[in-house]
Design a protein around this ligand. Structure first.
Ligand SMILES: [Fe+2]
Ligand SMILES: [Fe+2]
Length: 227
């Protein structure tokens, strides 16, 4: 049920009204939305009125246009949690990787470029949500600055290294190189995500208590990284 809507030139309020009407059509709605701004105005309105009912993921960040995927959640989540929010984002990154891997295996250069750009953006956005919002909050709440978050940051650096390798292979048109870097990245990513989902996120949801819902808002509100 994916559709595309271009809201360039539309005011934040009108864009929000239009998107809300689309989301009201029911579960499973997925919309590729294009805006001519960074989307913060629309997102503020959505968080204010539709909290727990939607998710959004950046697809493309250009100087004059921003494209994101807007999804309606299957059921309203009244109080969001770290594990639920970031765990779902892991699934989203995995799905994005599979599209890249398929394009690379089919020797589809333009598809691989598109899906690499989307996957890279999804990963950078996820890393930014963790490194700029979640890890600092976890460290403040637990006093643990040399513990799990330090290891997770180090693993992010390793994954960024593999993303850079894949990017380089792609610019040289070497799709086998993309697949090779991608396979190693996938192994690292799986191990990393298991550690976060089974240990770090549950610890955070426990320690951060009532602050969790606000923290998820801040992560979702983080400006898309333009890489
Ligand atoms: Fe992470
Ligand atoms: Fe993560």
């Amino acid at each position: 049920m994916e559709q595309a809507i271009n809201l360039s030139g539309t005011s934040d309020q009108d864009a929000y009204t239009r998107l809300r009407a689309e989301l009201e059509k029911g579960a499973g709605v997925e919309i590729v939305v294009t805006l001519d701004n960074a989307g913060t105005g629309v997102l503020s309105l959505m968080q204010e009125h539709l909290w727990g009912e939607f998710e959004w993921h950046p697809l493309s960040v250009q100087p004059a246009s921003f494209q994101f995927l807007l999804k309606k959640l299957p059921a309203k989540v009244a109080r969001r949690a770290i594990g639920e929010f970031l765990g779902a984002d892991h699934r989203r990154c995995d799905e994005s990787f599979i599209k890249l891997e398929n394009a690379a295996q089919n020797q589809d250069v333009s598809g691989a470029k598109l899906h690499f750009a989307q996957f890279n953006l999804a990963m950078e956005q996820h890393f930014a949500m963790e490194e700029e919002v979640f890890f600092p909050a976890f460290e403040r709440a637990t006093g643990m600055t040399q513990g799990p978050t330090m290891v997770m940051r180090m693993e992010h650096r390793q994954m960024r290294g593999l993303l850079a390798q894949a990017a380089q292979a792609l610019t040289q048109g070497k799709l086998e190189g993309v697949s090779r870097a991608g396979s190693t990245l996938m192994i690292l990513m799986r191990q990393h995500n298991i550690k976060e989902e089974q240990m770090l996120y549950p610890m955070a949801d426990q320690h951060l208590g009532k602050d969790v819902d606000g923290l998820v808002r801040s992560m979702q509100k983080l400006a898309p990284v333009s890489k």
